[in-house]
Design a protein around this ligand. Structure first.
Ligand SMILES: C[S@@+](CC[C@H](N)C(=O)[O-])C[C@H]1O[C@@H](n2cnc3c(N)ncnc32)[C@H](O)[C@@H]1O
Length: 271
């Protein structure tokens, strides 16, 4: 059974209930309709009437399918020098009511996590993996490619959720998307719906978020989950109870970072 059939099989009932149709034959690359169907399954607020098309159109029109330097095997809808998003500043986007497009870039932390899992698939093989704040989804997709039993990607930005869906389709990686803030939720890694591995790529860029997330992730580590953080030296990385697993040198651009390479470490967060 191919990937598309598995997707249809898994979601058929729910899709039908919501009147969502999956195209009978999907072309090799992502289709907006399919991505919309996937996202609609996870939209938490049924009153949210914004048409999915507007998110999809925005992602597709403002990105190009390309790859991140450390992970050439994963295709992603990303901002490049050729796309308008590259030039758009946070201020001009805010004027239009749009959040900063973190999902349109593949951050060094997420790239390093993806490389780590693709090179050492035994870390996630057969396991249920949570990619917290997945952005473009590079780590989620890598986890799936490395043989994770199931991958859930969480996001709070609906544009990111759409980009995640589109990127999942692009790589035929079956990633479930939750458009919700899961910080504080309990986890039993031994249960059927618990997560054995938790990923957090490049999430220590803002103090309140980093502190809230780290406190929660430590409780998950105490409960037995393997918590992996990919970090290029962001200011709010916790200073203690971290075990360094490996380092990657990630090529970056001066438009986004302060140097053309970022030493990016994979950390295991300890309780
Ligand atoms: C710097 S990006 C990192 C994305 C990805 N992990 C990577 O490494 O490329 C930060 C992302 O975190 C998301 N985010 C922030 N707070 C979040 C929360 N509480 N739950 C889920 N996502 C969140 C943002 O929407 C944004 O896409």
């Amino acid at each position: 059974m191919d990937w598309v059939d598995r997707f249809r099989g898994r979601y058929r009932g729910e899709l039908a209930r919501r009147g969502i149709r999956i195209p009978p034959a999907l072309p090799g690359e992502a289709t907006a309709e399919a991505a919309g169907a996937l996202l609609a399954l996870r939209r938490p607020d049924p009153e949210d009437a914004r048409p999915l098309d507007s998110f999809e159109a925005f992602v597709i029109e403002n990105t190009a399918v390309s790859t991140a330097p450390l992970v050439p095997e994963i295709k992603l809808h990303l901002a490049t020098e050729l796309t308008p998003l590259w030039e758009a500043t946070e201020a001009t986007l805010a004027e239009k009511g749009l959040p900063p497009p973190f999902w349109a870039f593949s951050w060094p932390g997420g790239q390093a996590l993806a490389r780590f899992m693709l090179d050492q698939p035994e870390i996630v093989r057969g396991k249920r993996v949570l990619d917290f704040a997945a952005g473009c989804g590079i780590a989620s997709i890598a986890a799936r490619m490395a043989g994770a039993g199931a991958v859930v990607a969480t996001e709070i930005d609906p544009f990111a959720a759409v980009a995640l869906a589109l990127n999942g389709w692009l790589n035929q990686a079956d990633v479930e998307i939750w458009l919700q803030d899961v910080i504080g939720q309990a986890n039993d890694p031994a249960s059927a719906d618990g997560f054995a591995v938790i990923l957090a790529g490049d999430m220590c860029y803002e103090r309140p978020l980093a502190e809230r997330m780290t406190a929660w992730l430590r409780t998950l580590a105490a409960g037995g989950a393997l918590v992996l953080m990919g970090d290029p030296g962001r200011s709010y990385l916790p200073k203690e109870r971290l075990e360094s697993l490996t380092t990657f040198s990630v090529p970056t651009t001066l438009e986004l970072e302060s140097s053309t390479r970022q030493e990016t470490r994979i950390w295991r967060l300890l309780p």
